[in-house]
Every structure is written in C-alpha cells, then in structure tokens.
Write a protein that binds this ligand. Structure first.
Ligand SMILES: CC(C)(COP(=O)(O)OP(=O)(O)OC[C@H]1O[C@@H](n2cnc3c(N)ncnc32)[C@H](O)[C@@H]1OP(=O)(O)O)[C@@H](O)C(=O)NCCC(=O)NCCS
Length: 178
C-alpha cells in the first residue's frame, strides 16, 4: 500500500493562510467547496468560530446536525490537501444531511490517491469512536470521482434517492461497514 505523509487535524488559527488558499483555488475554478460547512460564504475566523460551536451543537443552520471539522494536512509542507466534515446523525436525519461525511480534495492535488486516503482516515475515526456499525455516504449521481473513492473504501451502493432540496438532483447512497 502507498505510504502517505498525511494527518487529519481539527483546524485552528495557524491554518488560516493555507485554508484561504484551498478555498480560493476552488473558487477560481468555478467549483463548489465540500466538507467544510459554510466556509464558502464565511471569512476564516467566522468559519473557525462556527466549527467550534457546531461541534457542540450550537449555531447550526436549520436542519443541520452537530458536525466536527477536520482538515487533511500534508506533514512535509503543512499544505491543506483536503477537508472532512463528520456529521453526528440519527436515522431520520441521514439523507437530509447528505450522509455522515462530506469531503473535498485541493484542486491541484486531485486524482493522486488523496481522496481515497482521506476517506480511509475518516473511517478510522468512526472505528476508533466505535458507536457506528456503518456509515452512509451520498454523492450526486454524476460525481464519478467521489463514487469511486467510496467504492475503493468498501462502500456498497444501496440505491438512488432524490435530493430533498431539489428534485432534479439524484443522489447515490452508499453504506460502509465500520
Ligand atoms: C471526490 C474527490 C474527493 C476525490 O478525490 P481524489 O483525490 O481526486 O481521488 P483519488 O485520487 O483518491 O481517486 C479515487 C478514485 O476516483 C477516481 N477518480 C479521481 N478523479 C476522477 C475523475 N475526475 N473522474 C473519474 N474518476 C476519478 C480515481 O481513478 C480513483 O478510482 P479507483 O479507486 O478506481 O482507482 C475529489 O474529486 C473532490 O474533492 N471532488 C469535489 C468535492 C466532492 O465531490 N466531494 C464529495 C462529495 S460526496
């Protein structure tokens, strides 16, 4: 197995410059940020405050549940390689919250195996926690990269559902056993 020089950490003030670059690079490509709450619409310090609050279940946008924010750092240069959001969900809120995790890889680091490793590390967090027998991941039906990332981590496709916010969007649902 390939060895990666990566670690998942909770963000803090020292990550501001690297996180702002991560965000700007994705915006410059006209793409959407995933796996980092509402960072697209917030400045870094507001986002950081909200990460702390939302981890404790406070200041949550309507319908959103408690979430813990992580960033994937490359140890050698402290570059932000990806973002990961872990959502605390009950059965009723799984689809509404698009599953237990959201994630994103830096635009210039995609297709190098980092997404697969990011999800593997996310599963390690769930396994260590021990409270979930399985997790659900939802991807838009044409998001082949994410689907392959899930499948390469043992995800099993269980069907397609309609996005509760927009009936024209179809979502593939996967289950990963922990
Ligand atoms: C989805 C995402 C995290 C994948 O990260 P990545 O680092 O590019 O993925 P990897 O290099 O680890 O590749 C994982 C698999 O996806 C495939 N893949 C990667 N990019 C692809 C692309 N553009 N088209 C098709 N397949 C692709 C790889 O070949 C690999 O497949 P394999 O396991 O069969 O070999 C990344 O594309 C991303 O950040 N997308 C935008 C945000 C997003 O969609 N998040 C998920 C929301 S559910």
């Amino acid at each position: 197995m390939k060895k990666y020089d990566l670690k998942l950490v909770e963000p803090n003030a020292t990550h501001q410059v690297a996180m702002e670059k991560f965000k700007q690079d994705i915006i410059d490509e006209g793409l959407w940020l995933e796996g980092c709450g509402n960072f697209i619409n917030e400045d870094f310090s507001t986002w950081l405050k909200n990460c702390d609050l939302q981890k404790c279940g406070k200041n949550l946008p309507s319908g959103m549940t408690k979430r813990t924010q992580y960033i994937l750092l490359r140890v050698s240069d402290e570059k932000v390689i990806g973002t990961l959001e872990i959502r605390e969900l009950d059965k009723q809120s799984i689809e509404r919250n698009y599953g237990h995790v959201g994630y994103c890889v830096a635009i210039d680091e995609r297709n190098k195996g980092y997404g697969r490793e990011l999800l593997r590390l996310a599963c390690e967090i769930f396994k260590k926690d021990g409270t979930q027998e399985s997790i659900v991941i939802m991807t838009v039906d044409d998001n082949v990269a994410s689907q392959k990332t899930v499948i390469s981590n043992g995800g099993v496709y269980t069907g397609t559902v309609t996005d509760h916010n927009d009936a024209s969007i179809k979502l593939h649902k996967y289950i990963l056993k922990m």
